[in-house]
Structures are given as structure tokens and as C-alpha cells.
Design a protein around this ligand. Sequence first.
Ligand code: 13P
Ligand code: SF4
Length: 321
Amino acid sequence: AEQQQALKDEIKALLKARNAVLVAHYYTDPEIQALAEETGGCVSDSLEMARFGKHHPAQTLIVAGVRFMGETAKILSPEKTVLMPTLEAECSLDLGCPADEFTAFCDAHPDHTVVVYANTSAAVKARADWVVTSSIALEIVEHLDSEGHKIIWAPDRHLGAYIEKQTGCEMLRWQGACIVHDEFRAKALQELKAQNPDAAVLVHPESPQAVVELADAVGSTSQLIKAAQTLPHKKLIVATDKGIFYKMQQACPDKEMVEAPTGGNGATCRSCAHCPWMAMNGLVAIRDALRDGGKPHEIQVDEDTRVKAMIPLERMLNFAE
Ligand code: 13P
Ligand code: SF4
């Protein structure tokens, strides 16, 4: 505990010295979320992280999350130094949608408007007309559909299916998945729901469609936290990364929260409701990033890609405002 405290103090001093601010995702470990709050940074979903990083006056952003979040920050704020605890914090959606294959796919359907999820590389964003996050995907696709656009959607197949179902708009869909949310199981969830008839079910739309169909609320991480507060239920079954419980419990101290069942136990499931890449964001890595900077920590996006990727990102932020 003493060592922990010394590390936190060191990070606080480095944040000041570097004129830096800590931006963290809800899936990072509680101690990191707490530190971000304590030091005037932000803890949020991916849309709010992007907005916060863009508008905050600090010269350096330290992004605790996964690589695409750091890249998004850099794309929107090229004049800032963007550091990450580790650049090896990936995302299965990003990895499952390589830019060259995706570009070929788009080129084969030139009459389509290209909508990509924020969980993609800068190069994939550079090929897109729109970037969306889970908190605004539905509204943006609805808007495009009402204007008669034909849409390519990438990379999350479950979120894509959910949007299709909600909007009635058919899209050409890339078949990626999040290894964390893909593990939630509808049958086991149904059983848990039957055992807890008074509980509300909260589901992130990266989960399989059969799981989404059992939900009382579907949404991005911050939308799920809001739903936890708003719904009258005292018990909540939650299908998203466990990291969310820190904030959700803070927001609803009097409610009981239960993890939704996944496909395996510790021995068999690949992620067990906690993203292995989010878990790479530790206090030591944050300290190292702030102290040492440079190659293992600093996000770089080549200028041509950055300028192209900024257009669909700005489009999303303007639409959201
Ligand atoms: P949101 O925070 O936008 O809901 O994104 C979820 C996610 O997968 C981040 O890894
Ligand atoms: Fe990607 Fe899933 Fe991890 Fe989010 S939780 S970063 S979508 S792998």
C-alpha cells in the first residue's frame, strides 16, 4: 500500500511537471479510474474521451485505454503529445479489420457510405466517411438511412446487427467481434434472469444479438451507467467488461450488481469479461510513460493518414453536439 501511494504521488508530480492530464476508460482498473478523477482528468466512454482530450488545454494527454483511443486523441489534437501506458494495448475489433483488406472491400462498393466504429486503426478511419462510437452509432446510421445512403459497416458484427434491427436499414457488414463481449451467453443469462425476476439486464451492444435481446437497457458504457441510475430496479445483471462496476457502483451505491454469465470459466474463456488489453494499463506503466515518454509510449500517426481520419471523426463530434 505504501508503494502504491508513492507511485501515485510520483504520477501526480509528473502530471504537473509535464502539463499532462490522464484520460481513462471505464474498463481500466479501479485505481486508474480513481487517479484520473483525483487529478482532474476524465473517466468515460470512448466518445467522451475523444471530446475531453480535444478540448482540454493540457499539452500532454496520457490515455489509459487501448490503442485506438490514443490514436483518436492524436488525430484530433496533433499539437499535443499523446502518451499511452503501453502501445501494445490492442483491440480485437481493430486487429480484425486490417486497413488493406478493408480498403479493398470499400473500393468494391464505391456507391456505399463507409461508417466505421471508433475501435479501428487510424488507417481504417482514413478510409471512412463517418466514425461512430457505440453511444451515437444508432442516431448516425438512422440519419444516413433517412437520407437514402447505402452503408458499409465495420468492424463489429454484433453492433451492426443491433443497428440493423433497430433502424431497419440493411448494411454491408464486416464480421469482426470483441473477444470480451462475444463471450456472453444468452441461455445462461436467461436462466440467471429467471432466478432473479426483479433484476434489470444491462447489455453493451458488442454482445451477441441473442444477449442484446434479453436486455432492459442497451448502450455504451456511459449510457449503461446512466441506465443503472435511472431504472427503478435494485438489482442489475450487467453484460459488459467488469471494469464498469467501479463507476456503476459509485453511481448507485444502494444497488446490487451481478456479472452476466460468459461462455467459460477462468480456464476456458479467453477474456472472462475483462479485456486483456485494458488490463495492461497499470500504475507502473503510467509512471513510465510520463517519466520516459518516447517510442514505447508515444502515439504517432503519419500526417496524411491523420488529416484523412480527422474528417470522419470531426463529423461525428459535430453531429453529437
Ligand atoms: P464505449 O465506451 O464507447 O461504450 O466503448 C466500449 C469499448 O469497447 C471500449 O473498448
Ligand atoms: Fe476492444 Fe473489446 Fe477490449 Fe473494448 S473490450 S478494447 S472492444 S477487445
